[in-house]
Design a protein around this ligand. Structure first.
Ligand SMILES: [Zn+2]
Length: 493
């Protein structure tokens, strides 16, 4: 029998994860303190203790680690990964100006391709096995082909959410080339699905009707940025509802600045919300609404949004969601002079949202999202024997949500095939993707010119207002200087 020091198999030999804490996220939310997960072909064949396995099974020593379902990101603008970190200090306004108005049009098909390839590797590295590519920069069909080609060339399960911010959704969704592209490629495959991605402005004429009708005609779900302060609001939700376009498969991204009435319409029609908590906290779409979604019983999934600003892993999403939800609850209690003695949102809830919640939101719950016999083997092993942070593991959900990080992702399996092993991505794609991304950055830098490039990355910071302080004692500065000098004088030579 082989072990973790061996190279992972390149054939379709069965694989067993041995002696892990197994977080199943199944119907009973079972956690096995010391369990095995056997994978045969594409599927999970058995889960239990001391499993008997077929001869020749590749054994992964998962002791000291956690085996969990592959994570699912329901909203990631993968094409923007080529600009990773550029907008760290942006607001939503600056993002809109940069991408929607000024520079988004500069992206060529190969730039979309480069961003998507990098983002796909990034996802697998962090244990994200299914990603919705919220691809709203597809201004020509060549851009669409490039996005698709990148996903097809990448390891992972994807949903291409087709969109184009440079035209009205009623325009591009009527483009015969776009329709033909979607019809041809939406073959019902389990590793590549489609959505239509567009926003509803609330214009009483409801011009987005045509795009909803196109989606219905194509049999595709709609994903939409809803409840984004200053951009989309209750009117959009109401128009969708009144016109019969709010359906269970609709995904509302952010859903932050909405009234109770809108949340009730979402709850009543069975749709789900994709929370991008890091994004909502930083951009200004509105306060991350996890607490109100729970009150309305609206299903939740998690997402990264864009790594032009934010972390591209769901550990960060789980962590920030717990923090935002609890912070809100504490703040509201303190305003009333109260104390929160018991947290409502638990670590197991955000682990659920990062896995099963994503699968349910995408209608893929029969395939992935939990570790259950018969489901596809999209599996993550979190294990890092060299890390002091990986022991002790007392509370598995808490460890996933608040202790582990992408560097602790030991093994990632998609559809029964190992894509990351012993902490490193398999294959040598990163080198070629790096060259593609470098060429995109160089091209964009040239297109924008240095001043515009720098201005875009470093928006003016408003002047900080210093508060008056009634205390004027500043002698500590002098005394600390004197102390340091006397220390030196006393020091032995
Ligand atoms: Zn978005």
């Amino acid at each position: 029998m082989s072990n973790t020091t061996a190279e992972p198999p390149t054939d379709d030999r069965p694989v067993v994860f041995r002696n892990a804490i197994v977080v199943t996220v199944d119907d009973q939310r079972r956690i096995l303190p010391k369990g095995d997960v056997l994978v045969i072909g594409q599927n999970i064949a058995a889960i239990g203790e001391n499993l008997a396995v077929p001869d020749g099974t590749f054994e992964i020593d998962a002791e000291g680690g956690i085996v969990m379902p592959g994570m699912i990101d329901t909203h990631r603008h993968m094409w923007q990964t080529a600009m990773r970190g550029y907008g760290a200090d942006w607001t939503l306004t600056q993002y809109f100006v940069w991408y929607y108005l000024e520079h988004g049009k500069s992206f060529r098909p190969e730039d979309v391709y480069a961003g998507n390839r990098l983002s796909a590797l990034d996802a697998i590295d962090a244990g994200v096995t299914t990603t919705v590519d919220w691809s709203h920069g597809l201004r020509t069909i060549e851009h669409g082909e490039a996005a698709l080609e990148a996903l097809r060339a990448s390891v992972g399960r994807f949903v291409l959410a087709y969109g184009n911010i440079f035209a009205g959704p009623w325009e591009w969704s009527a483009d015969p080339e776009v329709l033909a592209f979607l019809k041809k490629n939406n073959t019902g495959s389990d590793d590549l699905r489609f959505q239509l991605a567009f926003d509803v402005t609330g214009d009483p004429a409801f011009p987005e009707r045509a795009a909803f009708e196109a989606a219905r005609e194509l049999g595709l779900p709609v994903t939409t940025h809803a409840g984004v302060w200053g951009a989309t609001n209750d009117d959009g939700i109401r128009l969708m509802h009144e016109n019969g376009f709010m359906t269970p498969e609709t995904v509302y991204v952010h859903a932050a600045t909405l009234s109770n009435d809108s949340y009730q319409r979402i709850a009543a029609t069975g749709g789900s919300v994709s929370l991008s908590t890091e994004s909502e906290l930083s951009c200004g779409q509105g306060y991350p609404p996890s607490w109100i979604l729970r009150q309305h019983g609206i299903p939740v999934s998690l997402s990264v949004d864009t790594s032009v600003w934010f972390s591209s892993d769901l550990f960060s999403a789980m962590r920030s969601t717990l923090g935002a939800d609890r912070g809100w609850e504490h703040m509201r209690a303190h305003e009333k002079g109260d104390t929160v003695t018991h947290s409502h949102l638990r670590a197991e809830h955000v682990v659920d949202w990062a896995t099963r919640g994503g699968a349910e939101s995408l209608g893929m719950q029969n395939l992935v999202g939990s570790l259950e016999v018969g489901k596809r083997a999209d599996i993550v092993l979190i294990k890092n024997d060299a890390s002091p942070t990986m022991l002790p593991i007392l509370n598995p959900s808490g460890h996933i949500a608040l202790q582990a990080g992408r560097g602790d992702v030991h093994t990632v399996m998609v559809d029964g095939t190992i894509a990351k092993f012993d902490g490193r991505l398999l294959g040598d794609e990163l080198a070629s993707v790096k060259r593609q991304v470098e060429s995109t950055v160089e091209y964009l830098q040239g297109e924008l010119g240095e001043p515009s490039w720098q201005r875009g990355m470093n928006p003016d910071a408003p002047a900080a207002e210093m508060l008056d302080n009634p205390y004027t004692y500043t002698e500590y500065k002098d005394s600390s200087t004197h102390q340091a000098e006397s220390d030196r004088a006393d020091a032995p030579v």
